[in-house]
Ligand binder design. Structure first.
Ligand code: C5P
Length: 316
């Protein structure tokens, strides 16, 4: 039997919601959703090194805004995995030093924290030699947050319930994206609260959320033009209400060649779909020059879920 490696690095992608249809909040405070998740090539890397207890360090852009205590979602993922594994009974001191390298915008609506949690689950499962299957990891993921199960899956998938009951979607082709990153992050609960406030103010009662046929057909046909038209996000008015300058960011992207533009999840990152890599570069330059965002990123999707990145050999 080989020894478990002392250090494992896993790379996990960000997501954009191609559709986010929000229904009423349930008794648990969570809203009923239909969410079409799409994993894109912006990555966080999580390195898990054997240790006596669970600890977290963070580097990369906006690292200072990420908590390094036990509230960090990757630390909670490691603790939940340790608690769920039969090995924990035999070895109650299952620990890990997690190092997170941020490439996904922090509090940007792109599920960076969920990506870190998914990466930590995959890395610790390997590091501790637990051999838990995907289904067992998904069960732990669902308790950590609504976006964590998709972060384990990757690709493109339709989520219902809290957004955590997933069915992979049929997708043809690769899509080119430009992301406009904002100065400050937005809190997801704050955006949902603003969504509730706007809905109460309007006095509308929302119908049960439905997956968009136009969107699913566009994905199946590999048709970026149709996909651009079909992008929708029910949280967008709430995010724009809390950050009014996002209106100008979206408008600028749409006026300069984007096939569609949308706030990512609860925001404030804005996502623009373009036809190809060349257009992506053009739009990235335009958005930067226009000064309508803090910085830009280009990416493609869909990409697979977390992957072991640099498996190191055990030292002797
Ligand atoms: O599950 P997660 O911790 O990512 O969710 C963060 C917050 O987003 C929740 O506390 C809740 O306020 C809001 N949310 C929601 N309905 C969902 C998913 C998230 O209201 N389906």
């Amino acid at each position: 039997m080989s020894l478990a490696a002392p250090s494992i690095t896993v790379r996990a992608p960000a997501k954009v919601n191609l559709q986010l249809a929000v229904g009423p909040a349930g008794g648990d405070g969570y809203h009923e959703l239909v969410s079409v998740f799409h994993a894109v090539s912006l990555f966080d890397e999580v390195t898990a090194t054997a240790a006596d207890e669970i600890s977290v360090t963070v580097s990369g852009e906006s690292a200072a805004e990420v908590p390094t205590d036990q509230s960090n979602l990757a630390a909670r993922a490691a603790a939940a995995l340790a608690a769920a594994s039969p090995a924990a009974a035999a070895d109650p001191a299952l620990g890990v030093a997690l190092h997170i390298r941020k490439g996904i915008p922090v509090a940007g609506g792109m599920a960076g924290g969920s990506a870190d949690a998914a990466a930590a689950l995959v890395a610790c499962n390997e590091l501790w030699g637990l051999n838990l299957g995907r289904a067992a990891l998904v069960e732990i993921a669902a308790d950590l947050g609504a976006d964590v199960p998709f972060a384990l899956l990757g690709g493109t998938a339709v989520g219902v319930g809290r957004g955590d009951r997933l069915t992979p979607a049929l997708v043809r082709g690769t899509y080119h994206w430009v992301f406009a990153l904002a100065e400050d992050g937005l809190s997801t609960p704050a955006v949902y609260a603003e969504y509730d406030r706007l809905r109460d103010q309007a006095g509308t009662s929302e119908p049960a959320p439905q997956a968009s046929d136009d969107l699913m057909i566009a994905l199946r046909n590999g048709d970026p033009k149709a996909l651009g038209k079909a992008l929708t996000n029910d949280l967008e008015p709430a995010a724009v209400g809390l950050r009014p300058h996002l209106r100008l960011t979206l408008q600028t992207g749409l006026e300069h060649g984007a096939l569609g533009g949308i706030v990512c999840g609860s925001g404030p990152t804005c996502a623009f779909l373009v036809t190809d890599a060349e257009r992506a570069l053009d739009l990235a330059v335009t958005l930067s020059a226009a000064g309508v965002c803090r910085t830009v990123r280009r990416a493609t999707g869909p990409v697979p879920g977390p992957k072991v990145f640099v498996p190191e050999r055990p030292s002797r």
